[in-house]
Design a protein around this ligand. Structure first.
Ligand code: PEP
Length: 251
């Protein structure tokens, strides 16, 4: 399995940024990982066209749980697929916090992504208060149980909320421990199918710390926010990634 390096642009980027990114990404040779760029929805189609024929995939940052219909301002999973997305980030902590997304809502969105042929990237992670209270593993286990439907097929991103956009990265031992917990939970929930569910780490991943995080056991890639906005930094992180000898869950 190749590690997956996914960039989450969040609410950033204008049309001119598409070419500024697509050029260096297309030109990058010898990457030993899969690469995914998730621009805002306004740029999805343009980015997909700019990267067409390359090995770089394009993803969305959210979808509505319902099929196309009367939901002003929202985007259905099928519409994102039509725009060129292959993946969709779901349940990011910013959406859980700012939009009140519960595990049940995330689960409904995962089902919509499945139905549209999108690969869901489901984000889980504890707050700092929850970690300090010794509840990190229980919180993440609850999110996995509530956010992933039976038959789930996709990617998990472990993102400790306090490490997102803060410049603080979780301790390597804590990352490895949580990835082991997540791997065990996925096996308990889905059996052998869990082998095909990569578990990414996210939270202030940058060129300087990418190699140390990406070599931890059970880390199958990274979800990158801030550093994904600079092509050179994003590519430096991708160059720190590799092809894993074992399938997901196997370390
Ligand atoms: C994220 O938004 O998913 C993220 C990990 O952001 P950052 O890399 O900026 O911490």
């Amino acid at each position: 399995m190749r590690q997956l390096i996914a960039g989450n642009w969040k609410m950033n980027g204008v049309f001119a940024d598409v070419a500024r990114f697509a050029g260096p990404l297309r030109a990058a040779t010898g990457l030993g990982c899969d690469v995914l760029v998730c621009p805002p929805a306004t740029l999805l189609a343009a980015m997909a066209q700019a990267l067409a024929g390359s090995a770089i995939a394009v993803g969305a940052q959210d979808c509505h749980p319902d099929p196309p219909g009367a939901h002003t301002g929202d985007l259905a999973a099928a519409m994102l697929r039509d725009a060129g997305a292959s993946h969709v980030i779901l349940g990011h902590s910013e959406r859980r916090a700012a939009h009140g997304e519960t595990d049940a809502v995330v689960c409904a969105k995962v089902l919509a992504a499945h139905a549209a042929g999108l690969v869901p990237i489901v984000c889980v992670g504890e707050s700092e208060a929850e970690r300090l209270a010794g509840r990190a593993e229980a919180v993440v286990a609850g999110q996995l149980a509530g956010s992933l439907p039976g038959g789930f097929a996709g990617v998990i991103a472990y993102e400790p909320v306090w490490a997102i956009g803060s410049g603080r990265t979780a301790a390597q031992a804590d990352v490895a421990a949580m990835h082991a917990v997540i791997g065990a939970r996925l096996h308990a929930q889905f059996g052998a199918a869990a082998e095909a569910m990569p578990v990414l780490y996210g939270g202030s991943v940058k060129p300087e710390n990418a190699a140390s995080l990406l070599t931890l056991p059970g880390v199958h890639g990274a979800l990158v926010g801030g550093a994904s906005l600079k092509p050179a930094d994003f590519l430096a992180i991708a160059r720190a990634a590799r092809t894993l000898p074992n399938p997901a869950g196997g370390g």
